[in-house]
Design a protein around this ligand. Sequence first.
Ligand code: SF4
Length: 708
Amino acid sequence: THDSMVADTTTTATCGYCSTGCGLRLHLRDGEAVGLTPETQYPVNLGMACPKGWEALRVLDSDERATTPLLRDANGKMQPIEWEAAFTTFVDKMRGVQEKHGQDSVAFLSTGQIPSEEMAFLGALARFGMGIRHGDGNTRQCMATAVTAYKESFGFDAPPFTYDDFEQSDCLIFIGANPCIGHPIMWERVLRNPNTPEIIVIDPRRTETAMAATQHLQVKPKHDLAILYAITKLLIDNGYVDRQFVEGHTNGFEELCEHVSQFDVDTVAHAAGVSVGSLEQVAHTIGTRKAVSLWWTMGVNQSYEGTRTAQAMINIALITGNIGRPGTGANSITGQCNAMGSRLWSGTTNLLGHHSFASEQDRQKVADVLGFDSECIPTTSSWRYDRIIEGVRNGEIKALWVIATNPAHSWIDQADVKELFGKLDFLVVQDMYDTTETAEHADLIFPTAGWGEKEGTFINSERRYGLLKKVRRAPGQALSDFQILRGIAHYWGVGEQFAEWTDPEAVFRIMQRASRGQPCDITGIDGYAHIDRCGGIQWPWTEADAAATGSSEPPQQRRLFEDGRFFYDDGKAKLIVDDITPMPEPPTQKYPVTLLTGRGTVSQWHTQTRTKQSPVLGMLYPQEAYVEINPVDADEWEIVHGDTVTIESRRGKIEANACVTATVRRGQAFIPMHYAETNQLTLSHFDPHSGQPSYKDCAVRITPKAPQ
Ligand code: SF4
């Protein structure tokens, strides 16, 4: 990048796309980044980066950057305004809506893409300063089921693993996960595994990871929970249970045995489209390998029974004693660079530091930490994302503040969302780019600094705090989200209340205080310089840990539950089971195909807001939407590879280019989520325990495009 300019020094910062949290070495000239290379010394990526990381600076230079606040005028045109006018307009409009329609008529939707300090500030300012009770993150779309699953099973939302486990496992099971594409550096860590591991993939699609696996169970969509229960039954029936671990460290084993005994393995296998032998082989592999790890991502999370599916994986790890040892674990890989930060610090589902809004004791503790009156802390969590959208639909929400996310592209049943924006009295979009599908509907746009243009911390999938550094000036008048929040606090008249929230590191210190005594305690971290010096620090790292080790450098790879103690009072994990839920929209004669959606390439990210700004990344991915169709189906429907086809669900109709491939089975199709039109088709339904949308199972029909 920018190789014609010679750097005079370097510094290392964490990448700002995905939850892997790679370290990137930034090459600086006069304090400005002019290039980057993957950091060889960073414990996460060990000198590797994917194309998105390599192009992280390029996307900052785009012409589509928002450089000045914009306000929609009486003729519907966006006009540049000064920041003071932007802040006063924001305050007047939001206050006006609250006065007219009630305090709860204003809500926010935020993101897993901003640092923890900005999330903490946003949550605290909105909920404790501005009286906005309802605000949720786009993290609801990617990992809410994992949060609920861990919380119920372990007593705290605690992904137990460390990336060394990829290299220490002798059997890795990926369910609804395609790390070759979704988490390529994690996959590189798998490839470094010296144990010749068994790699098992359970996925309806023959993904890149499935192609590299030693066993692939190409199950029909939404049969994963039944398959996991059948495997659990086989593990129990064949004596593969670690009885000592079960008795000493879990509750609910008898209920689990009773529940899975109802599942006839032949029937489950037949319904799922796999052989009984393949299920027996998986059970045998789990039962006979020494260090088995189970990994999941969106194929499990984005499902109407995602929480229970994740817990079925957790159950398998627990009953076979595959947790708390190197190379083991029931491990949720999350998506966004700071989805993990959002889990602890956004103040939406959980009170700052994963406390409970419902607990008076927790509210008082957090109020004391913040120096606030506990009365200003709501006694309930925010509405979930889907309920906020519902609130817009039925007129309860009249003003919406959208921060670093693009629901007009990413939310399920997208056509409906676009229509809903028209019902709002006021829509504020705070983003790096003023060209997103959501920004098109905005009344007011706040231009923001992006990755590399501000400071803070991200938490990666293995619970590692990594540093984001300012190595560029933001363009025009763009400000960091932190500075914007400071401005809002001032103009809202609560600047005094947030007097301590002066800069990201000051907020990090507040976060440390709020974490004290929690499983995510980080009181042993000595500020940003410490994180920088250590190549990131995993939570927990307490003052007591630091004192006990006598070292300021925490061990680099720490996993949870090595002592077999979980976060419930009795120290035991819960084995949780549930009934199977029928598919809400099964295939019919009119809509005979089940549509899968997901990540299509290593080079694109979510709604392409940033990645589309890089010509290099653009070259690595088809610009027009494509749909994967099985060759036998294509033949029957008289579709040839490359034809334009129409895909229609009960909610919408789109066109795409046919990609005829055996990656999908007959009766299934796959469209990447990166295309703006994909979510015109999806069905608005959710996992009841977490509120996560189920993106991967709507019914469609595919036909050749009619000649013009
Ligand atoms: Fe960045 Fe993720 Fe790529 Fe690493 S794998 S360089 S964190 S996008």
